[in-house]
Design a protein around this ligand. Structure first.
Ligand code: ADP
Length: 325
């Protein structure tokens, strides 16, 4: 018989489409197994503020198709401090919560790991971020929907770019991770992809554009990963104009990539992960995360997922280059 009686669940960091599917799945799995489950609102901030309410089967009805997170999310600087995490443990005790599910990115996982070590409360992480930048999992919830949104947008820009024979710089999200930029670049036939941490080779960009023009191409798309600070592509636009007299139009896709109805892949995998997270707590797992690896959804130790992964794979950049000659 499981010792777990009351589970808390929260979403933390940047929201992503499919988080609601994971919440719904965890809630229904807990209730199916006669375990109470409580929504902790606004991530770790809501935990510290005791914003905790019981969830019922109907409170997660009709959310499977909705982007965002019904539990809301936040960034909570206080949670970096041990004294705040101690307070979080007291609030968990006050509410008799004996297990925690954290849906978020690598930052949220790091907070969850420290909280588990210091409090002894079992914690299961579910990877939820559009960036797909958590180590040891090939996939995070929301990545697939974000790709669809970005690809649809770039396709639309390509229509107008080719009607007017224009070059476009399109900045996609992902902070320091390259997953969205490389996938969007390959899937939209971008002429160039600029990644964080890789020096921008302007001579190469301009020669690629000119090569395309000389074989009759009438549009060029340059995909730029935002890097730490969004707006990086303004500098690229300025350099192309000032140093090469090349006029490029600019479009920053921004937060549109974080919203929208989750794709079938995000819905399905989030549903499996939510279910697996609750079962892990029932089975007595104390510090684990759900991951997607080699075509399977599985559990691993949370400590395997605390690093950001570097997916700036040269072979994908080479593929994009080869296909856009
Ligand atoms: P994500 O989870 O999407 O990577 P962040 O990196 O912003 O997003 O992290 C979300 C929240 O997780 C932070 O605001 C903070 O409350 C908590 N967090 C992140 N890193 C740590 C850490 N090293 N120690 C404790 N809490 C952390």
């Amino acid at each position: 018989m499981s010792k777990i009686k009351n589970i808390g669940i929260l979403t933390s960091g940047g929201d992503s489409p499919g988080m609601n599917c994971a919440i719904r799945s965890a809630v229904r799995t807990a209730l199916f197994n006669k375990i109470n489950i409580f929504g902790i609102y606004r991530g770790y901030s809501g935990l510290l503020a005791n914003e905790i309410k019981p969830l019922t089967a109907s409170s997660v009805g009709n959310i499977i198709q909705r982007g965002g997170t019904i539990l809301q999310s936040s960034r909570c600087p206080e949670f970096f401090e041990a004294k705040s995490r101690k307070m979080a443990k007291e609030i968990m005790d006050l509410n008799k919560l004996d297990g925690l599910i954290v849906i978020g990115g690598d930052g949220s996982f790091n907070g969850a790991h420290l909280f588990n070590i210091e409090s002894g409360i079992p914690v299961i992480g579910i990877p939820g971020t559009i960036d797909n930048d958590i180590s040891n999992t090939e996939y995070t919830i929301g990545f697939d929907t974000a790709l669809s949104t970005a690809i649809e947008a770039v396709d639309k820009i390509r229509d107008t770019a080719s009607s007017h024979a224009r070059t476009f710089i399109i900045e996609v999200m992902g902070r320091n991770s390259s997953g969205i930029a490389t996938h969007v670049g390959v899937c939209t036939g971008a002429e160039n992809i600029v990644l964080p941490g890789v020096e921008t080779d302007y001579d190469q960009i301009v020669s690629d554009i000119n090569r395309g023009i000389s074989r009759g191409k009438n549009s060029s798309i340059l995909i730029v990963a935002e890097g730490t600070v969004p707006g990086r592509s303004y500098e690229i636009q300025k350099n192309l104009k000032e140093k090469y007299n090349l006029k490029a139009h600019l479009c920053i896709l921004g937060h549109i990539q974080r919203g929208g109805s989750p794709s079938p892949i995000d819905r399905f995998r989030a549903s499996v992960m939510g279910n697996m997270a609750v079962k892990a707590l029932i089975e007595g797992k104390t510090s684990h995360a759900t991951i997607y690896k080699d075509g399977q959804i599985a559990l691993t130790e949370l400590t395997n997922c605390l690093e950001k992964k570097n997916d700036a794979k040269p072979e994908i950049l080479d593929l994009a280059k080869t296909l856009s000659i």
